[in-house]
Write a protein that binds this ligand. Sequence first.
Ligand code: ADP
Length: 171
Amino acid sequence: MVTVTAVRGDITRQRVDAIVNAANNAMRGGGGVDGAIHRAGGRAILDDCIARFPDGLRTGDAGWTTAGDLPATWVIHTVGPNYAAGERDRGLLESCYRRALEVADQIGARSVSFPLISAGVYAWPLNDAIDAAVTTIAKTPTRVEEVVVVSFSEDTHRRVQPQVHRLFPPA
Ligand code: ADP
């Protein structure tokens, strides 16, 4: 049974088996959380991206690399739909969470931290991005035991926490 909690913080500092990256199709680094992960994790993450994803990654899909110098063991990269560019199929956003959990099962990660995929530069409306995250994590069968939804800002965290508590009441 998975436990889900919400925290405010920097995902690069999370001590979990795997952190999830909101990457882009090219898989060569970018802005936002992607930039923060590549900066903090070092060159090893980019080298692994180049080796494992020579053609990048499709929107809604996920795959893993080393976490380089980060405290986590793996980075699970997923590509959210770019709402700002007209990609507005919520199924693609849900697929990111589902595929990331499938990849976690594949590599044996038991604790996983997620950022709010597509909720930054890709501009998915925040409340719906939170709902997609929490409901998809709730309905995806997985061997992951601990999921942490990490919000960078206090304001976002204040909106995430009640939605997490609604589906995963604290003990
Ligand atoms: P996208 O392009 O998928 O929208 P962004 O990186 O722009 O991805 O934003 C996704 C979410 O990650 C946003 O809510 C943003 O505030 C948040 N974020 C940015 N940096 C970090 C970080 N270091 N740790 C956790 N969340 C972060």
